[in-house]
Design a protein around this ligand. Structure first.
Ligand SMILES: [Zn+2]
Length: 85
């Protein structure tokens, strides 16, 4: 099946492997080659790939926030140590 959005040929897939567009048609005949379970597994893999990409960015932001927090905390400790001494 060809993706209507990016024109990528996806074979029996219901989700575009390139842009993730849902091409599901209940009456499509070319889904017969794949069982429903196989289709679900391949769809989950594609969706998982996309979720993984988003998760990477979320994780980077969390690490950056954590790092800046420890930098600020370290500065506060240094300043209080210098001030107290
Ligand atoms: Zn596409």
């Amino acid at each position: 099946m060809q993706c209507p959005r990016c024109k990528t040929e996806n074979g029996t897939r219901t989700i575009c492997s390139k842009c993730g567009y849902y091409m599901y048609r209940p009456d499509t005949m070319n889904r017969e080659k794949m069982t429903k379970t196989e289709q679900a597994i391949s769809d989950t893999k594609i969706v998982g790939k996309r979720v993984g990409k988003v998760f990477k960015y979320v994780w980077m932001i969390i690490v950056l926030i954590a790092m800046s927090f420890w930098l600020v905390a370290g500065m506060v400790v240094l300043v209080s140590l210098l001030g107290g001494g």
